[in-house]
Design a binder for this molecule. Structure first.
Ligand SMILES: [Zn+2]
Length: 426
């Protein structure tokens, strides 16, 4: 069925803004028709259609522990606050948290996520019609874990290919250099020659992690991972706060994207990834929220805003990261990082993953410079509708039935989520 979005501002590829209509058919963009300027000066209900946002690093079930253990340094936060609660989580809890995270993301214009977590949570994204790249985080601390990661990844992807129910595939993953040994990394790299997936990994998030790796292996985390063969099929590395120029060169050469998580890095006092330098050296830079326990929301508009401001402030230079640079980090660069080349842009033939923003708000008028408005004025709560794969996944105008059509209704999802929070004693 063909549907159209008429009379809207549109963010187009090539850093252009247009005004016109978009037609959607069979999950893809079938037509983009642009009006000739001058555009109408006084549109009654001004709205913007932009590519759906791509959150390239998340742990969505951690909605369950949102804000828990705040104020502790990273290692203590993990070991004293987060890991003990996670040890108590059942599959049901994890799934309730993931559904709630997917609902939060869709209601804020995010159509695609790269998620890393233990347990049975991938179905949450299928249920809500969200595009996702999930993974089983490889750690070396349990016997048989490598075989479990390989078999789990292979089986899920085979099932997805056979049922074609949605676009939720499993990538390969090691949680980090510090939670995985070399035999595990080499074993997963060997299996990935057949699995053919991209790598999701945490890299050089804190100075301590980066320097400990050099002490252990005589190499930075990126150089070490490259040496195990794990970067051979490309991937996306979260944080990269302490990466060197040589690390960036390795990432560019192996098509490993840097996933910038400014909120999480600031909240945990980890530092500031040198994203402008990474871009200069040819690294694809994308954006992520990280988990809601270190953020404490999954708002990609907030992430764009911070990414823009932080690097201008650090460099004493307002020309660092233009609004279009930042929008591309949150859209087309993210899609490329996850290997979904036909998402992230509004053009004929591309996947119809779209975010529709209501511009008729006090803080969004006048809409003179739309890219600037997106990065510096917009909030996730301005999103009126989110379309994922051509299907309306969220529609704010249908209050109470915003997620109608998903297997999980909003009320039921909330009840399950809050029950899980209570069960965990939070
Ligand atoms: Zn993370």
């Amino acid at each position: 069925m063909r549907q159209t979005l008429d009379e809207c501002w549109i963010l187009l590829p090539g850093r252009e803004t247009g005004y016109g209509s978009i037609a959607i058919e069979n999950g893809r963009i079938a037509a983009v028709e642009l009006a000739t300027p001058p555009y109408p000066a006084d549109v009654k209900h001004p709205r913007l259609v932009m590519p759906g946002l791509v959150n390239c690093h998340c742990h969505s079930p951690m909605t369950l522990v949102r804000g828990f253990g705040g104020g502790l340094p990273l290692q203590r936060w993990l070991e004293e606050a987060i890991f003990p609660v996670e040890a108590k989580m059942t599959d049901e809890d994890v799934r309730a948290g993931a559904v709630w995270g997917a609902i939060e993301m869709l209601s804020g214009g995010t159509t695609c996520v790269a998620d890393m977590y233990e347990g049975d949570y991938a179905n949450a994204f299928l249920e809500l019609g969200m595009r996702a790249r999930v993974c089983i985080p490889g750690r070396s601390n349990a016997p048989g874990r490598l075989d479990e990661c390989i078999a789990g990844t292979r089986d899920w992807n085979r099932r997805m290919r056979e049922t074609a129910k949605g676009d939720v595939y499993m990538d390969v993953c090691v949680h980090s250099e510090y939670l995985t040994d070399e035999a595990f990394c080499r074993g997963l790299a060997a299996a990935n020659r057949e699995l053919g997936r991209r790598l999701h990994v945490h890299v050089s998030e804190t100075r301590r992690e980066h320097e400990d790796c050099i002490r252990r292996h005589g190499k930075t985390p990126i150089a070490y991972l490259a040496g195990t063969g794990l970067l051979d099929n490309g991937g996306y590395a979260a944080h990269c706060v302490w990466c060197t120029d040589d690390d960036f060169r390795i990432m560019a050469e192996h098509d490993v994207a840097l996933v910038h998580n400014p909120t999480s890095n600031m909240k945990l006092g980890s530092g500031f990834a040198r994203v402008a330098r990474a871009m200069e050296l040819g690294v694809n830079v994308a954006l992520g929220t990280d988990g809601p326990a270190s953020n404490d929301n999954l708002d990609m508009f907030e992430e764009m805003h911070l990414a823009s401001l932080v690097h201008k402030g650090l460099a004493n230079d307002p020309t660092v990261l233009s609004p279009w640079d930042v929008i591309e980090m949150a859209t087309v660069n993210g899609a490329r990082a996850l290997g979904i080349g036909d998402a992230g842009e509004i053009a004929v033939g591309r996947l119809a993953d779209l975010c529709v923003v209501d511009l008729d708000k006090p803080h969004l008028l006048p809409a003179i410079d739309i890219p600037n408005l997106v990065v510096h004025s917009m909030h996730s709560s301005d999103v009126a509708m989110t379309i994922a794969g051509g299907r309306v996944a969220y529609d704010r105008s249908r209050a109470g039935a915003e997620f109608d059509g998903a297997a999980t209704g909003l009320g039921e999802a909330k009840a399950k989520f809050l029950a899980a929070v209570r069960r965990l004693g939070l």
